[in-house]
Design a binder for this molecule. Structure first.
Ligand code: SAH
Length: 459
């Protein structure tokens, strides 16, 4: 690390060679040991860079002109890639994306967990890493008297000009956004105007079950009433028979949150259905459902493999959400207890258990870090514990409860390698051993990575 003054100044233009990538996929180059982070630059490249920010130990630059181009650089297929910012890795080959994500997990294991020798397997990637998302929520606006839809530009509330597709989005959803926008435009429905807090249509949400082909459309308005509701609804479902549900949600508040609290079905079913493996899910407008089910299946198959169930085990699934993992585990265990903080998610979990005639699960609403110690006090001694916490990782009380419960195996599903590594260190110190880690690419073209770790009680 540079101890003295940084060797570059703000606004200076320099030539820089890149050796590495950050978590977010920015290129890292060094000037006399002082690292500069430059978005869209790749390792192996040399480029003209403008220094835009100078901190004590590192700085940021803007890519101006690439002199030496990496063979891993590809043309981003998205027309609005840089403006949007929703994807960060479209400019690199998919194989480099996977390598970068594997390295990210490896580095976390080494630097944070101090686990040098734990195998971190190559990332399970998608065969076709495009058009995988099953849900889109897109803002509606107006330009020159016409309705437009598009994501907001990076760090703004300005809808991107001319965005008529999203290349990581299911094609059906892209088309339905356009269809609904055109119909609404023809009927004279106005767009919500955020600045003056008037107008009607705020967002269009479309979710399609990739296995079933069923589509749900949700129209989110500022107003209680959706003008021309009947015509709009009739035209949508008569023209597009794969649409099984049309829902209206009212959000009167001046807020960044998309949904308001009142939801009603305008036409069709309250749910659409989709499958992950053998399990069927009923998905309502407000339900959480994984956005990439085929990769979710691979993630859960790995979790199931690491759980090594034989049919007789008692299992705890902490942070269970709508019970996706619990229901998978239940097929091979004696009993599964799920715990989750969101009440609606637990209602969905129970409903999904019924839907699949799975009778050996019990779901509880509560904070996992409070419920687990309570279960311990009740004498519950699971053979296997599965955790799938949010980005901030497991609560310390929960890690402690696990160490006290002493299950033979722990399976840790994580969406953040840094907190995974931090928590593995605590489990290692509490008598556990990390056997292997399998990263899975649930969100190609973006910087996100999921990983599953197999952890066993030391003999
Ligand atoms: N395993 C589920 C969801 C995992 S996402 C699936 O695959 O679908 C993480 C979940 O943890 C979210 O549903 C979130 O609501 C829940 N959560 C967050 N903090 C929690 C806490 N302290 N106790 C229990 N659940 C919590």
């Amino acid at each position: 690390m540079a101890k003295q003054k940084p060797p570059v100044k703000k606004n200076q233009t320099i030539e820089l060679s890149f050796q590495d990538l950050t978590h977010e996929g920015a290129g890292v180059g060094k000037v006399e040991g002082y690292p500069l982070f430059v978005p869209y630059a790749l390792p192996g490249e040399t480029a003209k860079v403008k220094v835009v920010k100078v901190n004590k130990n590192f700085g940021f630059g803007k890519l101006l002109d690439i002199k030496e181009v990496s063979p891993e650089r590809v043309e981003p297929p998205c027309d609005v890639y840089v403006q949007c910012g929703g994807c960060q890795l479209q400019h690199m080959s998919y194989s480099l994306q996977l390598k970068m994500k594997q390295n990210q997990v490896k580095n976390a294991m080494r630097k944070i967990a101090h686990l040098e020798d734990v195998p971190v397997h190559p990332v399970l990637g998608m065969e076709d890493p495009w058009r995988y998302r099953n849900k889109v929520q897109i803002p509606v606006g107006e330009r020159d008297g016409e309705l437009i839809t598009g994501f907001y530009q990076k760090r703004s509330h300005k809808i991107i000009e001319g965005m008529d597709r999203c290349v990581i989005q299911d094609e059906v959803n892209d088309r339905m956004v356009e269809v609904v926008r055109r119909m609404a435009d023809r009927l004279g429905i106005s767009a919500y105007d955020e600045e003056h807090d008037k107008g009607v249509l705020r967002h269009i949400m479309v979710r399609t079950g990739q296995e079933t082909g069923e589509t749900m459309i949700v129209l989110i308005t500022r107003t209680e009433e959706l003008p021309h509701q009947e015509e709009l609804v009739k035209e949508i479902h008569e023209t597009y028979p794969h649409v099984k549900s049309i829902v209206h949600n009212v959000n009167k508040k001046k807020t960044n949150v998309i949904f308001g609290k009142d939801t009603k079905v305008l036409w069709g079913n309250e749910y659409i259905y989709d499958n992950i493996g053998d399990i069927k899910f009923a998905i309502s407008a407000r339900s959480f459902y994984q956005v990439n089910p085929p990769q979710t299946k691979r993630l859960y198959d790995t979790a199931l493999e690491y759980a090594a169930l034989t049919g007789g085990e008692t299992v705890v699934d902490a942070y269970c959400g709508i019970g996706t993992i619990s229901l998978f585990l239940a097929q091979q265990a004696k009993k599964v207890y799920g715990v989750e903080i969101v009440q609606e998610a637990i209602a969905d979990a129970k409903k999904n258990a019924k839907l699949n005639h799975i009778e050996n699960t019990e779901f509880y609403v509560g904070e996992a870090e409070k419920v687990m110690p309570w279960w311990t006090a009740q004498g519950l001694r699971p053979d296997v514990i599965v955790v799938d916490p949010p980005r901030k990782g497991c609560d310390e009380d929960l890690l402690e409860a696990m160490i006290t419960m002493k299950p033979e195996r722990i399976v840790y599903v994580s969406c953040n390698p840094s907190t995974l590594a931090r928590d593995l260190r605590i489990l290692e110190d509490g008598g556990y051993e990390t056997k292997q880690v399998q990263p899975v690419d649930m969100f190609p073209q973006t910087g996100h990575i999921e990983a599953v770790a197999e952890i066993r009680l030391k003999k």
